[in-house]
Ligand binder design. Sequence first.
Ligand code: ADP
Ligand code: MG
Length: 225
Amino acid sequence: MGISLRAESLGKSYGRPGAPIQKVLSDLSFAIDDGEWVVIMGDSGSGKSTLLNILAGIDPFDTGSLFLDGRPWGELNDEEKTLTRRREMGFIFQNYNLFPFLSAFENVALPARLNGRRDREAVLALLGEVGLGDKSAKFPSQLSGGEQQRVAVARALVHRPRLLLADEPTGALDHLTGERILDLMRQLHREFRPTIVMSTHSLDAARYGDRILYLRDGRFVPSPS
Ligand code: ADP
Ligand code: MG
């Protein structure tokens, strides 16, 4: 049910006219299987968010190639990327990124609605599953950080995406709350079998994945140090 990913010599630089070019990702090659949960570990600034944004098709890459289920991502036009993102991907961010003027229910319902579906029952069932059955009418500002992240997990999975991209999903949470979010992701991963690519600083969080890739200065290295 997941998406398989393959990258060959992926590279990205940032440059401004008159300033030296900064290489953010260099020569990244990897393959991720359908349904695998892969963890990207690395210090702040090592390129984790850049890599996830490239996988999401939000950021372009400069060199190399990237394939989703064997399709070259770089050759899709913007509309095809938007549709793929909307239908097949879910996102969880460090800072939840909920819409402040939408209730928990409306935040979770949004991805399904963008796909032209109104699935009230599924939204309520998933909110129940993440332990927020009684808080569906609350707005983000009325929820704790852990509760907001549970809304974000529900929102990322309600349309049964085949690829879940999670950028430091527990980075803003205390240890116990973070563990609850990861347990929830594990439960939903077993249920829906999406492919997961998750970045984190935390070794405890990394243990939830099947495999860890270590990023340092935009390159994969064999082990942390
Ligand atoms: P991480 O998520 O691992 O902390 P990032 O992917 O956010 O790392 O950033 C990697 C490097 O790319 C950093 O040195 C950062 O300053 C740089 N960078 C990120 N986004 C931009 C941008 N839009 N313009 C210029 N440099 C950027
Ligand atoms: Mg980051």
